[in-house]
Write a new protein. Structure first.
Length: 146
C-alpha cells in the first residue's frame, strides 16, 4: 500500500497536532527542524503554514495546518479531491507540489505516511534506498512522473 490508497479511510481516535509533527518528522533519517519546517540536506519536505491575514503585516504561522510536499500535480489533485476535509490549497501554492493538511482532521498513521512520503520525495535516492533496506519499508515510486 502507498500514500495514495485507502489509508485515509482509517479510523484512529486521536487527531494530530504540532507536537506529533515534530515527533514524527524528526525520526526520519537526517531530518532536521529548519525554522518553521523540516528538511533533509537543505531541501524542505514539510512546514507549518504561514497564513496571510488581512490587516496583519507579514504572515502568521498556523501550527494546526502543515504544508507537505507531494510527488507531483496529479498526487496533489488526488488528495485535494479525495479528502477535502483534510487537504486544501491556497493560490500561493498554485503550481507547486504541496498540499495543506488540517492536522486535527488526520490521525497519526496518516501524518506518518504523509511525512514519510514527503521525506522520500526530497531525500537523495541512495538515502531512501538505505532507509528501505534498514527498516524493511515498502519501496515507493515517488519520483516517477504520472
Amino acid at each position: 500500500m502507498g500514500l495514495l490508497t485507502d489509508q485515509f479511510e482509517r479510523k484512529n481516535s486521536r487527531m494530530t497536532d504540532d507536537e506529533d509533527v515534530f515527533r514524527i518528522a524528526l525520526t526520519l533519517p537526517e531530518a532536521t527542524a529548519e525554522g518553521s519546517g523540516f528538511g533533509i540536506r537543505g531541501k524542505g519536505f514539510a512546514w507549518f503554514y504561514q497564513e496571510k491575514v488581512e490587516g496583519v503585516k507579514g504572515r502568521v504561522e498556523r501550527r494546526d495546518v502543515l504544508a507537505v510536499r507531494v510527488a507531483n500535480a496529479d498526487a496533489k489533485e488526488f488528495l485535494l479531491m479525495a479528502a477535502p476535509d483534510k487537504f486544501f490549497t491556497v493560490p500561493h501554492y498554485n503550481g507547486y507540489p504541496a498540499v495543506l493538511v488540517r492536522l486535527p482532521a488526520i490521525d497519526t498513521d496518516e501524518l506518518t505516511d504523509l511525512l514519510r512520503e514527503a521525506w522520500r520525495i526530497q531525500a537523495p535516492k541512495k538515502r531512501v534506498a538505505a532507509f528501505d533496506a534498514d527498516s524493511g519499508n515498502e519501496v515507493h515510486q515517488t519520483n516517477q512522473k504520472v
